[in-house]
Design a protein. Structure first.
Length: 231
C-alpha cells in the first residue's frame, strides 16, 4: 500500500485530496489543527503548526509507522488580509511563516529518508499560489510567505534529486471562501480567462499528473484558469 502525508486535511482542499487518495488505495496521514470525526478513512495527527515541538512530535509519529512514504503534500495554509492584523502584525507574520515555511521545511528535511525509499522515488508537492509570483498588496504578508514556500520547493528539488521529485501547484480561483462577497467573486471571474469557479478536482488532477510523470521536478504548475494572465 502506498502512503501519503498531507497537511491541513480537516476541510476544503486538504480534505478533498485526502479522500480522493484514500479512495485510490493510499494510506493517508493527515496533519491537522483539529480532528474531523467524519474522516475515518485517514489517520489524523493533531499538530500545532506554530510549535516546532508539536511538529516534530507529529513527524516522529509518521516515521514510526512508515518505513517509506510515497507522497508528501504541503497544503496547510493561512489566508487573511493584512488590514485585519494591523494590531498584531508580528504574531500574524510569525503564524504565516510557521505554516507556510517552517512546517514544510521540517517535514521535507525529516521525512526525506522515508520518501527516498519509496518505490520509483518519492514525491513532494508544495501547494503555493499564483500570488507567489504576482502578489496582491492586500495580502502582502501571505504572499511573501507563499513565495518562500515556492522558493523552498526549488531548493528541495535540487537537494533531493533524483530520489525525490519536488514540485509545486499554484492554484487560482478554485473555491471561494464563504466570506467572499458577490462583487469580489465577480471581479475575480472578470480577471480569469476561464471564468468559472473550478472546484478542487483540477488540483487533484494536477497532483495525479505529478505522481504519474516521473520526469518532472522543480516545476511550478499553474492551475488557475488563466487568471495569472488575465490579471
Amino acid at each position: 500500500m502506498k502512503t501519503a502525508v498531507i497537511t491541513g486535511t480537516s476541510r476544503r482542499l486538504g480534505a478533498y485530496l485526502a479522500e480522493k487518495l484514500s479512495a485510490e488505495g493510499y494510506q493517508v496521514f493527515g496533519l491537522t489543527r483539529q480532528l474531523n470525526p467524519q474522516q475515518q478513512y485517514l489517520a489524523q495527527i493533531v499538530v500545532d503548526y506554530q510549535s516546532a515541538d508539536s511538529v516534530m512530535s507529529a513527524i516522529h509519529q509518521v516515521q514510526q509507522q512508515n518505513g517509506s512514504i510515497d507522497l508528501l503534500i504541503h497544503n496547510a495554509s493561512l489566508f487573511e488580509k493584512d488590514e485585519l492584523h494591523t494590531e498584531d502584525t508580528v504574531s500574524f507574520y510569525q503564524a504565516l511563516f510557521a505554516v507556510h515555511m517552517q512546517l514544510p521545511a521540517l517535514l521535507n528535511q525529516h521525512l526525506a529518508p522515508q520518501l527516498a525509499k519509496a518505490q520509483g522515488g518519492g514525491l513532494i508537492v508544495h501547494i503555493t499560489d499564483i500570488y507567489s509570483e504576482n502578489p496582491n498588496p492586500a495580502f502582502s504578508l501571505y504572499c511573501s510567505t507563499k513565495a518562500g514556500l515556492e522558493n523552498l520547493m526549488k531548493s528541495a528539488a535540487k537537494a533531493y534529486a533524483p530520489q525525490i521529485r519536488v514540485n509545486s501547484i499554484q492554484p487560482g480561483p478554485i473555491m471561494f471562501l464563504p466570506e467572499h462577497s458577490n462583487s469580489e467573486k465577480q471581479q475575480v471571474m472578470q480577471q480569469t480567462l476561464i471564468a468559472q469557479e473550478a472546484g478542487f478536482e483540477p488540483i487533484y488532477q494536477g497532483v495525479r499528473f505529478l505522481i504519474d510523470n516521473k520526469f518532472v521536478t522543480g516545476l511550478s504548475l499553474k492551475i488557475d484558469g488563466g487568471r495569472s494572465l488575465g490579471k
